[in-house]
Each structure stands twice: as C-alpha cells, then as structure tokens.
Design a protein around this ligand. Structure first.
Ligand SMILES: Cc1cc2nc3c(=O)[nH]c(=O)nc-3n(C[C@H](O)[C@H](O)[C@H](O)COP(=O)(O)O)c2cc1C
Length: 191
C-alpha cells in the first residue's frame, strides 16, 4: 500500500470482528510505533498491548464508567444528535469488541518538556495506526479516558511503574466500513 493511500484511507474503526490478531502483527505495529521521530531521540513512550481476556474485562469495567460519565457532556454538545451520543457511549462501553488494546504511556523522568514528549508519543501512535491499517487492521485512538480523569486508574491497573498513561488504541479486524469524516479546507498555506 502506498503511504499516501494509507494516510488517506485509514479510518477510526469502532466495531471489530471476534477474531484474534496474530502476535507477529502486533509486534510489527508496536515496532513501527517505536520508529517515530522523537525530541532528542528520547523515545519517551512505552506501550502495553493488552490481549488477555481478564485484562480486557478489567479495562471494560473502567470504560463502562467512562461511558456513563461522558454521557451528559455529549448530550450537551450534541442536543439534536442523540444517535451520536448513543454511538459514542456505546463504543466507549465495549470499545468496539476489539481483541487488543494498546495503552500508551509517557515514560517516567523523560528529561524534556512535556509538550515535546507528548508530541513524540503522538507521532509514535500515528505510526502504529498507519502500520496497522497497512496490514488490514483497524484502530481507534481513544483519549476520553484521560479527559475524564481515568488515566491514573488504568496506570494503576496495568502498568504502575511505566509512567503516565496518555491514550489507548483499540486494534482488531474491522467489522464495518466507517464513513470518511470530511477534512476542513484552509488548514495550511505555502508562503
Ligand atoms: C487525540 C485523539 C483522541 C481521540 N479520542 C477519541 C475517543 O475518545 N473516542 C473516539 O471514538 N474517537 C476518538 N478519536 C478519533 C477521532 O474521533 C477521529 O480520528 C476523527 O473523528 C477523524 O476520523 P478518522 O480517524 O476516521 O479520520 C481520537 C483521535 C485523536 C487523534
């Protein structure tokens, strides 16, 4: 797959088949993440891929709370779009039934500004999305968790010694073809 095609055709997938992701594929996409550029080449990220059913059940317990707590905010944001509220909370509750969830952490004592570390880790996460897409896998970047203050909960549950939790990414075989959200014009210029 051409890179431009991967960039444009990657979509956020919010429903997954009940089918395992081979370990080699997971290794490949995690490795792709680690080839991202990073400030001072610090590589300040740490990824934990959850695949065990007991871990996924634990994660979903937390996500059920996130889904409930986010509902009033969404209802306020989308008063005329109850379907958006239902779809978003539904996805958060079960996380689309994906077989894998990658948790992204900022390593402890990263020795740089927080902005640089976040930017570096975001670049790594995007690499992971594109590498997964290239292999036919779907992904969705989820940070509703941190927005509602549940980051430390996931940190404590899954990697208490790996630094600050920033995002989770669902990974699996897509069970739908997501619509393509349009891109806003006028977001760049050449001088
Ligand atoms: C930092 C970040 C956080 C996101 N958090 C969520 C989330 O919590 N829940 C969700 O369903 N999608 C989330 N998304 C996915 C966006 O909604 C999605 O990328 C956007 O609507 C564009 O759609 P596309 O990815 O299919 O191009 C997030 C994306 C980014 C980059």
């Amino acid at each position: 797959m051409e890179l431009m095609e991967a960039i444009q055709k990657r979509r956020s997938v919010r429903r997954y088949q009940d089918r395992e992701v081979p370990r080699e594929l997971l290794e490949e996409i995690l490795e792709a993440a680690c080839w991202a550029p990073s400030a001072d080449n610090l590589q300040p990220w740490y990824f934990v891929a959850l695949t065990r059913p007991e871990d996924i059940a634990l994660l979903r317990e937390t996500m059920e709370k996130v889904s409930e707590e986010i509902k009033p905010y969404l209802q306020e944001m989308f008063p005329r779009h109850p379907r958006v509220v239902a779809e978003t909370t539904g996805f958060l509750r079960r996380l689309g039934g994906a077989p894998v969830y990658v948790l992204a952490f900022l390593q402890k004592d990263y020795g740089h500004t927080r902005d640089a570390v976040i930017e570096s880790t975001a670049a790594a996460i995007q690499n992971l999305h594109l590498a997964a897409h290239e292999r036919g896998l779907g992904t969705c970047w989820v940070n509703a968790v941190t927005g509602l203050g549940y980051g430390p909960v996931l940190q404590q549950l899954f990697a208490p010694d790996k630094g600050e939790f920033v995002s989770l990414i669902s990974v699996g075989w897509p069970d739908h073809t997501p619509r393509t959200p349009g891109r806003k014009p006028g977001r760049w210029e050449i001088r």
